[in-house]
Design a protein around this ligand. Structure first.
Ligand code: SF4
Ligand code: SF4
Length: 213
């Protein structure tokens, strides 16, 4: 079933009233199974892509502090990100994970002082991977982010179109290409993505084995 922007917006508001805007809104469910996206692309690339293209950040700086218990531990880093960032600030290691503790020492006056080095989790925020009780993984948006509603509505509409495109092409069980994504994106209001961020997205896509040209 496809939803309109108005229906998605009202569903966000109803859930926000229920959860006092502290929860997450799921935008896809059970993305680990048979899908147009393989698991690696779903878990790493798609959240980043959706956020960069459709997220109109208000620069409130809330996400660099612990404003939600789910984020209280700090930003989780990959080993490579930890290696880069430890020359700028203290990186904590806990239970085998690298963490940038909150409030993040790299934030000054609501701005990231290492913006071009910010880790994947920061780039993808407010889109996150949400695990269900049955260990299924979904894409979700943090409701407490002031720009979350717009991201949720636009990303949901984009994903509806993406599924429709896959059905039309008969590709429901295989991955679509980066070019398919880019072509579909032109139907939506594009956010301005910096050349550095676009290069990061393309490099991530290349590392995941997607053709980017
Ligand atoms: S909480 Fe949302 S709007 Fe505020 S700075 Fe973070 S990503 Fe941007
Ligand atoms: S690295 Fe930058 S974007 Fe990420 S939490 Fe720290 S200040 Fe915020």
């Amino acid at each position: 079933m496809n939803y309109t922007a108005a229906e998605l917006g009202s569903s966000w508001d109803e859930n926000g009233a229920l959860h006092d805007f502290s929860g997450v809104m799921v935008i896809t469910s059970s993305i680990g199974g048979s899908s147009i996206w393989g698991p690696a692309v779903q878990s790493a690339f798609l959240p980043l892509y959706l956020t960069a293209m459709f997220h109109k950040c208000r620069n409130c700086g809330k996400c660099c502090r612990a404003f939600d218990s789910k984020l209280a531990r700090g930003v989780e880093l990959t080993a490579a990100e930890a290696h880069t960032l430890q020359s700028f600030c203290r990186v904590t290691r806990r239970a085998g994970k690298h963490l940038l503790k909150y409030p993040c020492a790299l934030q000054q006056n609501h701005k990231c002082t290492r913006y071009i080095h910010r880790p994947f989790c920061c780039r993808a925020f407010p889109v996150v991977n949400e695990s269900g009780p049955d260990l299924s993984v979904s894409l979700a948006v943090f409701m407490a982010c002031p720009a979350g509603k717009g991201t949720y509505v636009t990303a949901s509409l984009f994903l509806q179109e993406l599924r429709q495109l896959a059905r039309n092409l008969g590709h429901i069980d295989r991955e679509l290409s980066f070019a398919d994504l880019e072509q579909l994106k032109t139907k939506f209001d594009p956010n301005s993505v910096s050349p550095a961020d676009m290069e990061y997205i393309k490099e991530t896509a290349r590392q995941l084995g997607l053709e980017t040209e």
